[in-house]
Write a new protein. Structure first.
Length: 154
């Protein structure tokens, strides 16, 4: 029970941080040009993403929200099978899915604000919830290379 409460508290705080950053982006950047934070490399921008990764499935808000709910439910249900004893990666993934899900349900779009580029080539804009999901995925990939008891990998 203690692990559940700590996990819930961590996920709630991560979601809160994501929401605060999105509100700051909406309040400070909406309706204005991107702000160059690192010239030639990184801007802060305001983007309303009505799709998912890289702008795919534009306008499919409710199917994407339903997919988010299903993915979150499945990951919570199958936590041990997916994450093993890992604790940080599940918290990050849960918070990332929940952060973007809240935006989809209550706004009808996800706010993105981090814009990396090299010259005229831009990486798709993303947000803190997306960072959580990517970091968690990276941790899971790294974890897959660690030796397991008995010499078996997970």
């Amino acid at each position: 029970m203690k692990r559940f409460i700590v996990t819930f508290a961590v996920v709630a705080n991560l979601c809160f941080a994501d929401a605060v950053v999105k509100e700051l982006a909406a309040g400070l950047l909406k309706g204005s040009a991107a702000v160059s934070a690192i010239p030639g490399f990184f801007n802060l921008a305001y983007v309303e993403n009505r799709g998912c990764a890289w702008g795919m499935f534009q306008g499919a808000v409710w199917p994407l929200a339903a997919f988010g709910v299903a993915a979150l439910a499945l990951l919570v249900w199958k936590r041990r099978a997916v994450f093993g004893d890992a604790w940080v990666a599940p918290c990050l993934i849960y918070a990332g899915i929940a952060g973007n899900l809240v935006d989809r349900v209550f706004r009808g779009y996800v706010i993105d604000m981090f814009d990396f580029h090299w010259g005229v080539h831009h990486f798709p804009c993303f947000n803190l919830a997306d960072v959580y999901i990517c970091v968690a995925a990276g941790l899971l990939v790294l974890d897959s290379f660690l030796p397991r008891k008995g010499g078996k990998s997970a």
